[in-house]
Design a protein around this ligand. Structure first.
Ligand SMILES: [Cu+2]
Length: 141
């Protein structure tokens, strides 16, 4: 059985370019007369934040592709049905929250924004054999 896995990330500039921009921003801030403390307070955000990403998860027949991405809270999961059967998937978060996606005929995609850190299970209401689990990291880690 062939497994395909793709995940798309928004274009990210190289870290060095971001760091250079941050340094420039700091000089601008200083020239604007704000305190060093203010600039220092901005630094952790610029150094650690990562933009939300979109991860594509493909389902073939009755199985998901293995997960190789590292999702965070706020990331979007795009599930693409490459099977020739309809699925109706749902996510279960660690606290029991259930998010049901719409019925998903062959060739269609459904998206959901991951809203909690921790273990997430994806199953199908129609095909209980289908099961996938992965971890979601807190935002900004
Ligand atoms: Cu199914």
């Amino acid at each position: 059985m062939t497994f395909l896995l793709r995940f798309h990330r928004p274009r990210m500039r190289p870290v060095l370019a971001q760091a250079a921009d941050l340094a420039t921003d700091r000089r601008v801030v200083l020239r604007a007369g704000l305190s060093l403390a203010t600039a220092a307070a901005l630094l952790p955000y610029g150094a650690h934040a990562r933009p939300s990403q979109e991860h594509v998860l493909i389902i073939q027949d009755h199985e998901f592709e293995p997960v190789s991405f590292k999702p965070q809270v706020g990331d979007t999961l795009r599930i693409s049905n490459h099977a020739d059967i309809t699925h109706n998937l749902y996510l279960t978060y660690a606290d029991g929250q259930v998010v049901t996606l719409d019925t998903q005929p062959p060739g269609t995609e459904r998206t959901t924004v991951l809203n909690q850190p921790g273990r997430v299970f994806i199953k199908c209401w129609i095909h209980p054999v289908i099961r996938l689990e992965f971890d979601v990291a807190p935002a900004g880690t």
